[in-house]
Design a protein around this ligand. Structure first.
Ligand SMILES: Cc1cc2nc3c(=O)[nH]c(=O)nc-3n(C[C@H](O)[C@H](O)[C@H](O)COP(=O)(O)O)c2cc1C
Length: 352
């Protein structure tokens, strides 16, 4: 079905196609449509259930940040079978992001380049939308909230800005992600430096009274020494896990010859994200939860990330190239792998 739709969608520029999807997804607010989608995309295998940072997940496949920044497609995303969705990146203050066009397809590489720059309607509006989510649906699927810095706020005042967003949103998320790794907000990646990260984490944990899981999303372009620093900060401030990785500046191995600026995602990112996941898992003796993201298109990709040390996996670009059925296909494939490996659950597979 998506194979037929894709050429039409790809005639539109990426962001227009995305806005069209947001409009069409409103149909999933109707119970019969939602039920139909849930039936079409059903793969509910109890063996895929797992517990990570003390939260129960229906399955390990999550939607990566940036796809539904403002929680406008929740019903659709829940109906197509994600175990978790990560809203955001949200900023404390509303802001327009970079001028369009700012997302570019590289079909030959099954990749995207984006320089969105955190377009955001602001934390207040997201809090309002999240407060209206149907509770029974929200019970099945874990909700992550990804927070970034408002562009107009200087780096020295980043802590206040993150704390403002977190304080507005803290009652609506199951877990929270500090995005310090987007390549499209000037200076943002400086927050990955040890001193700045320590200050940021200290400020956030001070207001995290209920001890919600806080995670950090890292860039794939960091050196191993920089990752070591981040891991030390995570340990010092009781961070619950790491999301590896965001998009990359690198253009290595591309078949396409795009000169667009921005972060690259999709298949060409897999190898680098995999390396970072493997490195973090080794460094932490597989004791620190890792959410792997970057070029995951299939159950085999997801399983490779899990063998490298990931507990959960997220997708974004695969959804653009493969359509919504990719979630079901990855889950079916993982169920098969669980059976072939002779274990009783995905958790057993991950902890081997
Ligand atoms: C158009 C676009 C927008 C994105 N926006 C965000 C964002 O707002 N926050 C964030 O943490 N990551 C964002 N990402 C990065 C993804 O969450 C993910 O880390 C990255 O795309 C690698 O995964 P993938 O290869 O499955 O796409 C965005 C990616 C794309 C393609």
């Amino acid at each position: 079905m998506y194979k037929l739709l894709r050429p039409l969608l790809f005639k539109l520029d990426s962001e227009s196609a995305h806005h069209l999807l947001i409009k069409v997804s409103q149909l999933a607010k109707l119970a019969p449509i939602r039920q139909l989608l849930s039936t079409i995309y059903a793969h509910n295998d109890p063996a895929l259930k797992l517990k990570v940072f003390d939260l129960n997940f229906d399955n390990p496949i999550g939607l990566a940040a940036g796809f539904d920044k403002e929680c406008q497609m929740f019903e659709l995303l829940s109906a197509i079978g994600f175990g978790s969705v990560e809203f955001g990146t949200i900023t404390a203050q509303p802001q327009p992001g970079n001028p369009r066009p700012r997302i570019f397809r590289l079909p030959e590489d099954e990749a995207l380049i984006n320089r969105m720059g955190f377009p955001s309607q602001g934390a207040d509006l997201l809090a309002k939308r999240l407060s209206l989510l149907p509770r029974n649906a929200a019970d099945r699927i874990r909700i992550g909230i990804n927070i970034g810095k408002t562009k107009a706020v200087p780096i020295e005042r980043a802590q206040e800005d993150y704390v403002a967003s977190f304080s507005k949103l803290k009652e609506y998320g199951d877990y929270f992600v500090l995005n310090v790794s987007s390549p499209n907000t000037p200076e943002l990646r400086m927050l990955q430096e040890r001193t700045r990260l320590n200050d940021l984490l200290r400020a956030l944990q001070a207001v995290n009274i209920d001890q919600a899981p806080l995670l950090i999303k890292v860039a794939p372009d960091l050196s191993y020494a920089e990752i070591d620093d981040i891991l030390e900060c995570c340990q010092q401030h009781s961070i619950s896990g790491i999301i590896a990785t965001n998009t990359t500046f690198s253009r290595d191995g591309l078949k396409s010859s795009s000169s667009e600026r921005g972060g690259l995602s999709g298949r060409p990112l897999f190898a680098r994200s995999y390396d970072i996941v493997s490195y973090i898992a080794k460094r932490t003796e597989r004791k620190f939860p890792i959410v792997a993201v970057g070029g995951v298109f299939s159950a085999e990709d997801a399983y490779k990330m899990m063998q490298a040390g990931a507990s959960l996996v997220q997708v974004y670009t695969a959804l653009v190239y493969e359509g919504p059925a990719v979630v079901m296909r990855i889950k079916r494939g993982l169920s098969k792998i669980v059976a072939q490996e002779g274990v009783s659950s995905i958790s057993e597979l991950i902890s081997r």
